[in-house]
Design a protein around this ligand. Sequence first.
Ligand SMILES: Cc1cc2nc3c(=O)[nH]c(=O)nc-3n(C[C@H](O)[C@H](O)[C@H](O)COP(=O)(O)OP(=O)(O)OC[C@H]3O[C@@H](n4cnc5c(N)ncnc54)[C@H](O)[C@@H]3O)c2cc1C
Length: 303
Amino acid sequence: MNLISQIKELKNKISGKINFHENLSKYSWFNLGGPAKVIFKPMNLNELSLFLKSINEFDKIKVLGAGSNTLIRDGGFDGIIIKLGKSFSHLSLLDKNTIIAGASAFDKNVSNFALENSLTGFEFLSCIPGTIGGGVRMNSGCYGEDFEKILVSVQVMDFQGKMRVIYSSDIKFSYRGCNLENNLIFVSATFKGKSENKINIQKKMNNLIKQKNGDQPTKIKTCGSTFKNPENNKAWKLIKDSGCGGMRVGDAYISEKHCNFFINKGKATSKDLEDLISEVKSKVFNKTGINLELELQIIGEKT
Ligand SMILES: Cc1cc2nc3c(=O)[nH]c(=O)nc-3n(C[C@H](O)[C@H](O)[C@H](O)COP(=O)(O)OP(=O)(O)OC[C@H]3O[C@@H](n4cnc5c(N)ncnc54)[C@H](O)[C@@H]3O)c2cc1C
């Protein structure tokens, strides 16, 4: 039986949504991307496990969080997209310093939850427009903080539908990444903070948000920083100094406010963005000898 027939049979056994050939553009902050062969939104862990155990083709599965760091190609995704919905966005206190957050919880909501519970360490999450799952994968962070500093463990399901817990001490984090295998779906994560006065936490959050809004453009179709900062350097500065300011391909632009933010001004294609990325990368290399590395994740098929 082929994959689609296997999945069609499953549809009767689960209450989560399974869609075929749905356009993915609404699942990325760039608002771009062609259709996925299958998109599955499980209602709970049992369904997710049943789904994974029932399909034989594991080669092409991708989990999406808020899509705030993912460019989906115009040809769509020739495989299964798993999107964890609201039922994976729970927040709770395990003890007075420990938060358990579902993988689809927005970082901002975790930051607010920590504030309500007088826990510091989570303020930077108010500046990152992603989910906990995406944040663990990317080791997201800003202003000297990142996921590594607060993570205790991550609860994962592998593509065979089996659950396990991975402790932070067993994960090798790097700048905007970690060595967790790609065949893992993070379903929740446990974090540790420190007790602090709510007024101080709120003040810190406000300062970070103010700084962020001053430094970076808001309310645009972007996925944040396109390239990682090379050691002892800033990607935006290298881009600017290489004369890339104002560059565009079709409707894909470089932000005037922050050169490392690339934007879909409305009618760009994913190819326009990828072409702009390549042009900037080679201009920076020719000028500085530095090979910029992508922070942005690119998935899917070229047209
Ligand atoms: C305006 C703007 C500002 C930003 N500022 C920052 C910043 O200050 N610092 C920073 O680090 N980033 C920043 N980003 C980038 C982005 O918000 C982060 O990388 C964020 O953590 C991505 O989360 P997401 O849920 O959107 O992940 P997605 O883009 O959906 O996915 C990113 C990666 O995580 C994987 N993933 C997602 N969920 C799961 C899961 N449950 N299980 C397994 N893998 C999963 C995906 O497969 C993919 O590989 C910014 C983006 C924007 C648009």
